[in-house]
Design a binder for this molecule. Structure first.
Ligand code: UDP
Length: 239
């Protein structure tokens, strides 16, 4: 019985790093299974769930570019890393009992469906968890920008940004013990105070699309479902 969702459709951004648990690289299966379980619980609120996965646990374009490898090629490799992560998460969600589909911004039809807005929307309406791989499909962007872009075009009610920190703070809470967490902020306030919510391109797009961003910590079990219910510690950036 669905209950308690604040939103009808959301885009959940999961960083690649969230998939590696306490390891330094790659995929940590127990962690991936926990995140999948959280996504299944989130789905059980009745909310439609699209997910954009990062690739930082495998490769970041900006970090490997140079020494003969140009940035665009390095970014292509980064986008491929996000496809690997999406496939892993897709299998874990299905294993946890909810149908899931990976759609890639870079067409690779022998592995998963190519991304198209209508296809994604149809899968969502049918209750599937939709994993959006390949970011925006273009170099020089991030998966945060991909998350905001997909959220806007799929008419999601919010971007749920799962991070290592339980919200947006007045200062870096790791360095400044007096830092306080914001409960609510407008996009304009976040911009004026120069608070790091997402990278500049992603944030500008969210502000333009008047898209709420909910920042919360993925470290708490059940955090995604809690954020969708409006429970748990988080910061909501909304007009
Ligand atoms: N990337 C890209 N275009 C996009 C999204 C991602 O070129 O639209 C590449 C880029 O090289 C990036 C890598 O994919 O470093 C992994 O994505 P990201 O760094 O956003 O992953 P996260 O930090 O969320 O794990």
């Amino acid at each position: 019985e669905p209950h308690g969702a604040l939103y009808g459709r959301v885009l959940v951004k999961v960083s690649g790093e969230a998939l590696m648990g306490n390891e330094a690289f790659g995929l940590h299966w127990p962690t991936i299974e926990n995140i999948a379980q959280d996504l299944v619980e989130a789905r059980s609120t009745g909310c439609e769930i699209a997910v954009v996965v990062g690739g930082g646990n495998i490769l970041r374009g900006a970090s490997v570019a140079g020494q003969g490898l140009d940035r665009a090629t390095a970014d292509h490799m980064g986008m491929l890393a996000t496809v690997m992560n999406a496939l892993a998460l897709e299998k874990a969600v299905e294993k946890a009992g909810v149908p899931a589909r990976t759609l890639s911004a870079i067409p690779m039809p022998t592995i998963c469906e190519p991304y198209a807005r209508q296809t994604a929307s149809r899968h969502l309406a049918r209750g599937r968890v939709v994993l959006l791989a390949g970011g925006t499909g273009n170099p020089y962007f991030t998966t945060d920008t991909g998350a905001v872009l997909r959220a806007a075009e799929l008419e999601c009610d919010a971007v749920m940004k799962a991070t290592n920190v339980d919200g947006v703070y007045t200062a870096d809470p790791k360095r400044d013990p007096s830092a306080r967490r914001y409960e609510r902020l407008t996009h304009d306030e976040a911009l004026a105070k120069d608070l790091k919510v997402m990278d500049a391109a992603a944030f500008a797009l969210a502000r333009e699309a008047k898209l709420p961003i909910v920042v919360f910590s993925i470290r708490e079990p059940g955090a995604i479902a809690a954020a969708i219910r409006g429970e748990g510690r988080a910061t909501t950036v909304a007009p």
